[in-house]
Design a protein around this ligand. Structure first.
Ligand code: 9MR
Length: 328
């Protein structure tokens, strides 16, 4: 039986402490993933806790695992306003910020040149609710470097690994709210401006932390996909999971709702443009940032991911496997 569509590589973020302690976690990464993303170990906080010395212990371990198991890698992330060591938040001058940013990107991208295929060059640089003329989030990078922080990051990454795919990663592109439309426009504007200046950018990463109680903006997403196409940009889904804090307690009902939300989200996107990869922010409900960030009022555990807490596939996994095999 031939595939109906081109298969889409599936992947997950991998958290280092869990990776080290839970064999079932490692087995799940091997079985379900084509792509691995170090969840936290390429962030400044992990690499740069000691200012003069880079600590690659966690990222090296995850990169080695991915290579040994023939998985491709996404690098997350070279520039973010969060997960910074104290010293980076205390930088005071433009020259210092530029020197540190350029040096960091050169060293990190060069270390994994030809091995980390895709980089989230910048993460969450778009303002939560952008107004005309004010596209960028208030971060140490924006404060010290202004809008140029994005250009510096892309230009430096491209120089350090000319073959790497360079992505702008951000969230809240899919909602039926004016803020989401404004965010899509800003993402397109940023990429267009980079391209106009001859600075390479290859795609947009849509985090896709989907709220189960919200509807997807199918039309807005499809327009976004066409706009990306006309700029020659790819799309990838980079941090998919489902925030089910406002759903009824029944686990079966929540799992069905999560699967159907993911199916309608991916269906809307794929009808206009097939993503280069679909990456979830973890694999098993046993471990997720959503437990702490979006706790349920009834105390029940969140069920955000494609495997349950005992690593059994949920309906969401069937949807993802459908894209992975090319059936959808
Ligand atoms: O899941 C990540 C969590 O373990 C970290 O403590 C946190 C701060 O580094 O980042 C979480 O991942 C975030 C990602 O890097 C960017 N998009 C939002 C994710 C969830 O907060």
């Amino acid at each position: 039986a031939g595939a109906a569509s081109s298969p889409i590589p599936l992947g997950s973020a991998a958290e280092i402490d869990t990776f080290r302690s839970d064999m079932r976690y490692r087995e799940a990464l091997k079985r379900y993933c084509d792509v691995i993303v170090p969840m936290n170990d390429l962030k400044w906080e992990a690499l740069r806790h000691d200012r003069p010395r880079f600590d690659f212990s966690g990222s090296d371990e995850l990169v080695a695992f991915a290579e040994a198991n023939r998985k491709t890698l996404r690098g997350h992330t070279l520039l973010w306003g969060e997960a910074l060591p104290a010293w980076a938040k205390e930088m005071t001058t433009r020259a210092e910020a530029e020197r540190e940013l350029v040096n960091h990107i050169e060293i990190v991208v060069d270390r994994y040149r030809g091995r980390i295929a895709t980089w989230d060059v910048v993460n969450e640089v778009i303002k939560y609710d952008p107004q005309p003329g004010e596209p960028y989030r208030d971060t140490i990078w924006q404060r010290l470097l202004g809008p140029e922080h994005v250009e510096i990051a892309f230009r430096t990454a491209a120089r350090a690994d000319p073959k790497a795919r360079l992505v702008l990663n951000d969230f809240h592109f899919e909602e039926r709210e004016p803020g989401a439309a404004a965010r899509r426009k800003v993402a397109l504007d940023i990429c267009r401006r980079l391209k106009d200046k001859g600075i390479p950018v290859h795609g947009i990463g849509m985090q896709a932390h989907l709220y189960a109680e919200k509807r997807i903006d199918t039309e807005g997403l499809q327009r976004f996909m066409r706009d990306l196409d006309s700029l020659g940009l790819d799309v990838e889904i980079t941090e998919l999971d489902v925030i089910d804090w406002k759903m009824p307690a029944d686990a079966g009902q929540r799992d069905a709702a999560a699967a159907s939300l993911v199916a309608s989200f991916l269906g809307a996107i794929c009808a206009a443009k097939r993503p280069k990869a679909i990456v979830t922010w973890g694999l098993s409900d046993r471990y997720s940032w959503i437990h702490e960030t979006f706790p349920r009022k009834d105390g029940a555990r969140a069920r955000p991911l494609p495997l349950d807490a005992d690593y059994r596939p949920k309906p969401m996994m069937a949807v993802l496997e459908g894209y992975r095999s090319g059936a959808y």
